[in-house]
Ligand binder design. Structure first.
Ligand code: HEM
Length: 410
């Protein structure tokens, strides 16, 4: 009898021990490799987003690797579009406050490729050739992060876009090689395994692969985050060379309310960010040409006005992604500038009303920072006419809540 009980207890304890070792570990095991899902509810912009991201992040283990992106097997470059950032990422929002407005990022959305891919790459090449270190540079402390970033891009692109890129992995004469073949440009980049290019050479390779710019930052021993290099061919209105080696407070000095309202949360978020929990945000401005390197509007003298009709202006949205590289701990800030002519937004329900409200009712310093003084005298009456047209055609009735504009745009 005792023997049977003893044996049963023995079996039970073995089962208990095995279960204890193999059990799923709370939330981090449940959410596993998937970042938390994105919540597009309107109206929650005012919440301190940094808190939610931090709570999402801290549920993941430090060494929790990101999953591979799902492949786009049918991807057709001719018709390719990015997500519509007017509706994604809370880019345009009302009321418009200076907030971090960042969201967890699905790994699939790290780098997007559009039908304008070749245009972006050739513009970028011209800018890099003519501007050199003003747009592409790396401090010695950042060189390894450039290598890790390039290796990450080279690993990610063929997995996400197998119709556009081949990973070149081969073993020949007792040596192994790594690299990538870009099927669109016909360019091939290869190196001996273990000797991947680093620093500016790595950044130049990246510039031949994606539409995005990459700003890079690092936490230094003083506990602050510094701009340590990057590939910034399309800044629009500033230069990498003016910002490199500067802490976040100095980098963002021209941005109204940044140092008072955002600096602490931004630095804390960037330092705590885990490699397994990337995030994204977007910024917007209105520009008067497609010179992504340096817009005409940014060159106007004090009091100068843009020379094009409001419908010919562009809404430029900089879609921004943030990742932490696991080995170098480099902070990677990807920027993909996307533009839409304002005339193309005439039929988008509530958008003219939203742009009008943002320009007339937001804190004036934010709007002046966006160079609105150069276009608002012409833009505001134009938007008012668009609103009247939308009401007259029955597209809107004029009583809708602007904060809900995303619900009408889909
Ligand atoms: C969570 C992190 C960050 C947030 C929330 C943030 C926020 C902002 C905001 C609000 C602006 C003004 C443009 C806009 O309306 O968006 C801005 C501009 C800028 N940011 Fe950041 N930023 C972050 C991280 C970084 C990092 C890591 C870098 C550099 C490595 C950087 C470099 C810049 C630069 C160069 C500008 C243009 C400043 C100018 O007008 O001269 N930012 N940022």
């Amino acid at each position: 009898m005792y023997l049977i009980l003893f044996q049963a207890l023995g079996v039970a304890s073995v089962i208990a021990v095995v279960y204890f070792i193999l059990r799923p570990r709370g939330k981090s095991a449940e959410s596993g490799s998937n970042p938390p899902s994105i919540d597009y509810k309107p109206n929650d912009d005012s919440s301190p987003a940094s808190k939610s991201i931090w709570h999402a992040n801290k549920e993941k283990a430090e060494d929790d690797a990101l999953p591979d992106p799902k492949p786009l097997l049918e991807f057709d470059l001719k018709t390719a579009k990015t997500r519509d950032y007017i509706y994604v990422n809370k880019t345009l929002r009302y009321p418009y406050y200076q907030t971090m407005a960042h969201q967890p990022m699905e790994i699939e959305n790290w780098i997007e490729i559009s039908s304008d891919y070749e245009w972006y790459l050739s513009e970028k090449k011209k800018v890099i050739e003519s501007e050199g270190k003003k747009v592409l540079d790396s401090l010695p402390e950042n060189d390894f992060a450039c290598q890790e970033l390039m290796e990450t891009v080279v690993d990610w692109l063929p997995k996400r876009y197998p119709t556009l890129f081949d990973r070149l992995l081969r073993f020949e004469e007792e040596r192994s090689y790594d690299g990538i073949f870009n099927k669109i440009t016909g360019e091939r980049f290869e190196w001996l395994d273990g000797s991947a290019p680093s620093g500016c050479e790595a950044l130049t390779i990246i510039s031949r692969l994606t539409e995005c710019d990459f700003l890079m930052a690092k936490e230094r021993d003083d506990g602050h985050v510094y701009f340590t290099g990057g590939l910034v061919a399309f800044p629009g209105f500033y230069l990498l060379s003016e910002k490199i080696d500067k802490p976040m407070s100095v980098v963002h000095a021209p941005v109204p309310q940044f140092n008072e309202k955002l600096l602490m949360s931004v630095e804390r978020t960037l330092k705590r960010m885990l490699p397994s929990a990337p995030f994204e945000r977007s910024s917007w401005e209105i520009v008067d040409d497609l010179n992504f390197y340096w817009h005409n509007i940014a060159l106007l003298p004090q009091g100068g006005k843009v020379g094009v009709d409001p419908g010919e202006l562009y809404l430029r949205i900089d879609r921004q992604t943030f990742r932490k590289l696991p080995k170098s701990r480099g902070i990677i800030f990807g920027v993909h500038p996307l533009v839409r002519k304002l005339s193309s937004l005439r039929q988008s329900p509530l958008l003219p009303a939203l742009l009008h409200k943002i320009h007339t009712e937001s804190s004036r310093d934010l709007i002046v920072y966006k160079a609105a003084e150069a276009y608002e005298d012409a833009l505001l009456p134009w938007l008012e006419q668009c609103i009247k047209d939308q009401i007259q055609s029955g597209l809107i009735d004029g009583t809708e809540k602007l904060a809900d504009f995303r619900e009408y745009g889909k």
